[in-house]
Design a protein around this ligand. Structure first.
Ligand code: F6P
Length: 320
């Protein structure tokens, strides 16, 4: 019998629980013992490991957050931490590990794999910052939350003829801003990957309001190198128009996962178990053109994500 472990790491994302459920139940079905590692890599270093059965993952499919809890571990990122983590897994007889997390977590998984652990990486982050997969688990739910906020903000902005800046998450990646901007009908989107010009932005606000637009929704990713408060003040000064700021922050990380996130999480979790059962080497699992695919973990981590400039341009065209 194979013993496998599962952990969630970094920022939680809606759908992580669905992935845990799929790993545990597929693993048991395949005749494996499945162990839950609590609090990510930090908990691994502390040996916070318990065996999970089918009932332990009941009633979690629809819940945001992660029943295994998560953490950002600095200790794990050191040579000693990585060696210790591999040793703990060896002590527990765990010979396959499923890591559900974002870019940093999967880079950690790669380092572990270099120490002889077979690791399956699942893309669990709202940021959509992993290049090897179409989408990450949690991204769809986060964008849906942003869309809900935009439609409410649009009502009040129109009532007052105001501009509103909506700050969204995505540390180094503007995907939440771009997808929410295009599907939410934002007037402008500011993302860390592309330069911006505040004068241009202000000109567009004034011209569009003069043309009779009642609202102006500006989506700004948190990683852009001007603070949202500064941007708001600059817009007010340059346009002479009242502007409001809404920082959505952690609201975007919570909530029940959408169908898309549950599906992605479930299929990735089941695939991870299938690969471990077949004696595969370490892989990163995701989708390409909607189909589940597994990539060599090292190769997947070398890829860099490009922003979709056509989508960004389309936001500008449709906002006119
Ligand atoms: O990585 C996901 C994410 O939500 C980012 O979008 C955000 O910048 C970061 O986590 C916030 O991290 P923390 O939970 O440590 O405040």
């Amino acid at each position: 019998m194979k013993r496998i472990g599962v952990l969630t790491s970094g920022g939680d994302s809606p759908g992580m629980n669905a992935a845990i459920r799929a790993v545990v139940r597929s693993g048991i079905e395949a005749g494996m013992e499945v162990y839950g590692i609590h609090r990510g890599y930090e908990g691994l270093l502390e040996g916070e490991i318990t065996q999970l059965d089918r009932n332990d993952v009941g009633d979690i499919l629809q819940r945001g957050g992660t029943i295994l809890k998560t953490a950002r571990s600095r200790r794990f990122q050191t040579e000693e931490g990585l060696d210790r983590a591999a040793e703990v897994l060896d002590t527990f007889g765990i010979n396959g590990l499923v890591v559900i997390g974002g870019d940093g977590s999967l880079h950690g998984a790669l380092e572990l794999s270099k120490r002889g652990v077979t690791v399956m990486g699942l893309p669990g982050t709202i940021d959509n910052d992993l290049a090897y997969t179409d989408f990450t688990i949690g991204f769809d739910t986060a964008v849906t939350t942003v869309l809900d906020a935009i439609s409410k903000l649009r009502d009040t902005s129109s009532a007052h003829d105001r501009a509103v800046i909506v700050e969204v998450m995505g540390r180094h990646c503007g995907d939440i801003a771009v997808y929410a901007g295009l599907t939410g009908g934002a007037e402008d989107v500011l993302i860390p990957e592309l330069p911006y010009d505040v004068n241009d932005l202000c000109r567009r606000i004034v011209l569009s309001m003069n043309r009779g637009k009642q609202h102006n929704i500006i989506i700004k990713a948190e990683g852009v190198d001007i603070s949202s408060q500064e941007l708001k003040e600059e817009i007010e000064r340059k346009t002479g128009r009242e502007t409001r700021l809404v920082v959505l922050s952690y609201l975007q990380r919570g909530g029940s996962p959408t169908m898309r996130d549950r599906l992605l999480a479930t299929l990735c979790g089941a695939k991870a178990v299938e690969l471990l059962k077949n004696g595969s080497t370490s892989k990163a699992i995701g989708t390409v053109a909607g189909r589940i695919e597994a990539f060599d973990l090292a190769e997947a981590m070398e890829q860099t994500r490009e922003i979709d400039r056509d989508m960004v341009n389309l936001i500008g065209i449709l906002a006119k």
